[in-house]
Write a protein that binds this ligand. Structure first.
Ligand SMILES: [Mg+2]
Length: 304
């Protein structure tokens, strides 16, 4: 599959400058030329480009105003901006950088240098994205980690509060996992956790459904906008799918294969609900499920 070219928004009120820059970069990048600030703000939000090359002196809305608006909007705040301008004083450069631009190039510029700087910035941004992504993944299983779970839980909970939607959350525990490690060794234990993680991940249906490794042999399932019965059916299936892996676990006190216990709940949260009360409730339901193991228990959550 061909790799997508990074998309760059080039903003300049003069057609000649736009054409010159576009021709300079068109072979390596997907270029969108824009002639004024207002359009830039709209396009930045809809296209989410990888980089914006921004002129400063423009009629109506100047480049400084544009970057302020970009940085004030959560959707466009992270888009890197470099200024390319005829204003060449140290003061102008300082102002541009202090407003959040990653680079400041003054005209007249050397085409090769602009190319190199654009390339450097995009590499830097790519690297930063990769680091952020890796920091949110569990090293062993490759699924999202606890940190990613905390972020997702809070944002989905808030969304459910705003939209008045049902919100389902489940905690998953691998049954007698310590005994598994003691019997088969930690390498086999790691492999088993990976298989459980990948299976849980595979059966997620919608892009908003989310599974994370919570820690040790515990996983968490976030099922936004999923009503009680669907969530209940989903975790029942999750238990069956893990059984179907038929991973031998002769030390288990419930079956001779690896099984899981799941406790979950559905809430329809409002601003009066506290997320910590809800997660505490789900924790209790998991303990209930673990009393017999290899089963799921689902419940309604009502604010205490
Ligand atoms: Mg201009």
């Amino acid at each position: 599959m061909a790799e997508e070219k990074p998309r760059i928004l080039i903003v300049d009120d003069e057609t000649f400058n736009l054409q010159f820059l576009a021709e300079l970069l068109i072979n390596d990048y997907d270029i969108s030329p824009v002639k004024d600030g207002k359009k830039t703000l709209n396009l930045a939000e809809s296209l989410l480009p990888d980089l914006i090359i921004l002129d400063v002196v423009m009629p109506d809305m100047d480049g400084y105003t544009v970057i302020r608006a970009l940085k004030a909007n959560p959707k466009t705040r992270h888009i890197p901006v470099i200024f390319l301008t005829s204003l060449d004083s140290d003061k102008d450069e300082e102002k541009g950088l202090s407003l959040g631009a990653l680079d400041y190039i003054s005209k007249p510029f050397h085409p090769a240098i602009v190319k190199a700087r654009v390339n450097n910035i995009l590499e830097l941004v790519q690297h930063r994205k990769l680091v952020e992504k890796v920091a949110m993944l569990d090293g062993l299983t490759g699924i999202p980690n606890r940190r990613a779970y905390d972020d997702r839980l809070l944002s989905e909970w808030k969304r459910a509060c705003r939209n008045g939607e049902p919100f389902s959350l489940a905690f998953v525990d691998v049954d007698f996992f310590k005994l598994y490690n003691d019997t088969y060794g930690h390498a086999a234990g790691d492999l088993a956790l990976k298989k459980v993680a990948l299976t849980l991940n595979r059966i997620l249906k919608r892009s908003s459904d989310f599974v994370a490794r919570y820690g040790g042999e515990e996983f968490a399932l976030i099922l936004p906008n999923m009503p009680f019965q669907d969530a209940q059916a989903f975790v029942e299936r999750a238990c069956r799918e893990i059984c179907n892996l038929a991973m031998e676990h002769k030390a288990s006190k419930v079956e001779k294969i690896i099984t899981i216990s799941i406790g979950g709940a559905t809430a329809t949260p409002t601003l009066n609900h506290h997320l910590a009360d809800f997660t505490g409730h789900v924790d209790k339901i998991l303990y209930l499920a673990k009393e017999t193991r290899n089963r799921s228990v689902w419940s309604y959550f009502r604010q205490p």
